[in-house]
Design a binder for this molecule. Structure first.
Ligand code: 4NP
Length: 157
């Protein structure tokens, strides 16, 4: 059976669609598309239907990632469908956990920084929306690092 993972941020137009695109790329590269299903969503629905932010699409495309996800809001049913719910920051963590149908589902929620171990000084993936280019590059560096480790862990199961 496929393992299902969803990445969560606030708007689902910068961090989580980039994680989604990087993970799709890694899964294809390793030939494990039949084992892993990937999605992303935001806790805020104001950008629903939009492609990722143009600055993130440009920065990602320079690293070989084509980001085509359309923004959507995280829903309570996602707790039932997905095996792993990976959040980018503490606000996402609080907002997602508040939507859990029962306490037992909280075990599915993890912070992305549990996997981006090459960035030990970072306790969350910073929101690049109001940042310059370096903000987007830092996010992509963290996401590449953590997604590789996350996939290793999922495939080891
Ligand atoms: P994201 O970035 O959570 O990484 O997608 C943001 C996108 C939009 C907004 C904030 C953060 N916003 O305020 O609209």
């Amino acid at each position: 059976m496929k393992q299902k993972i969803i990445f969560i941020c606030l708007g689902n137009i910068c961090r989580s669609p980039a994680a989604d695109g990087i993970m799709h790329h890694l899964v294809k590269e390793r030939g494990v598309e039949h084992l892993i299903e990937i999605d992303s969503a935001g806790t805020y629905g104001g950008h629903a239907g939009e492609l990722p932010d143009h600055r993130m699409r440009r920065a990602a495309s320079q690293r070989g990632y084509d980001l085509t996800h359309r923004s959507r809001k995280f829903r309570e049913e996602d707790f039932l469908y997905f095996d792993k719910i990976i959040v980018m920051d503490d606000m996402n963590y609080e907002n997602v956990c508040r939507m859990a149908p029962e306490r037992k589902y909280l075990d599915k929620v993890h912070r992305f920084v549990e996997y981006s171990l090459s960035f030990p000084d970072r306790s969350y993936v910073p929101d690049p929306y109001y940042e310059g280019r370096e903000g987007f590059e830092l996010v992509l560096d963290m996401l590449e690092d953590g997604c590789a480790r996350l996939l290793d862990e999922m495939l080891a199961k």
